[in-house]
Design a binder for this molecule. Structure first.
Ligand code: HEM
Length: 156
């Protein structure tokens, strides 16, 4: 709530100071990365989404993005600690890609970490971060020639 209130203030200041410059809606702007909260505030301001939608979207992204990545990260570290010989191979791969200490890495470098990728995928296979999907039909539907009535729950 506080974070969104802060972003809202920033956004209004920006709009006030910047009324003659881009509002992020040109075709070019859509090709650039955009801040989600700013986009949601824009939609709310133009009456396209309610305040509840705005907060619900933020909750979804925060919930979907934090539990998943943090559990994969901690389980990967746990498995590496349990398998030092694999940890050594990950370390050697990192040494071969990064020749000096640096704070930020780029996509090209991440793309070279094949062994690390396999370790992360194996971690997700063993400790699946999202082991189930659930859906509820919001109308009667036909799937593979079977009829499912409104409110049917699907779980996999
Ligand atoms: C290892 C990390 C992650 C895993 C394993 C993962 C896995 C998944 C899966 C399986 C779904 C589909 C769920 C369903 O359809 O029922 C999903 C949806 C989603 N994920 Fe991720 N995710 C990860 C990271 C993230 C991150 C970092 C973000 C955002 C910053 C994110 C945002 C979302 C959103 C917004 C949805 C859609 C939720 C919805 O439809 O209600 N995820 N993710």
């Amino acid at each position: 709530m506080k974070v969104i209130a802060g972003k809202r203030e920033e956004y209004y200041k920006e709009v006030k100071n910047d009324s003659n410059t881009d509002n992020g809606d040109t075709e070019d702007d859509y090709n650039k990365p955009q801040v989600l909260v700013k986009q949601l505030l824009k939609l709310h301001d133009s009456g396209q989404i309610t305040e509840k939608h705005l907060f619900d979207h933020c909750d979804t992204v925060i919930g979907a993005g934090t539990e998943t990545s943090s559990s994969v990260l901690s389980n990967s570290i746990l498995l590496l600690a349990m398998h030092p010989e694999i940890q050594e191979l990950v370390y050697q791969e990192l040494r071969s890609v990064f020749h000096e200490q640096k704070l930020f890495v780029d996509y090209d470098e991440i793309g070279k970490l094949f062994y690390l990728e396999m370790v992360i995928k194996e971690t997700m296979r063993l400790f699946t971060p999202v082991p189930t999907t659930a859906r509820k039909a919001n109308s009667d539907i036909i799937l593979s020639s079977k009829i499912y009535l409104f409110s049917t729950k699907f779980q996999k």
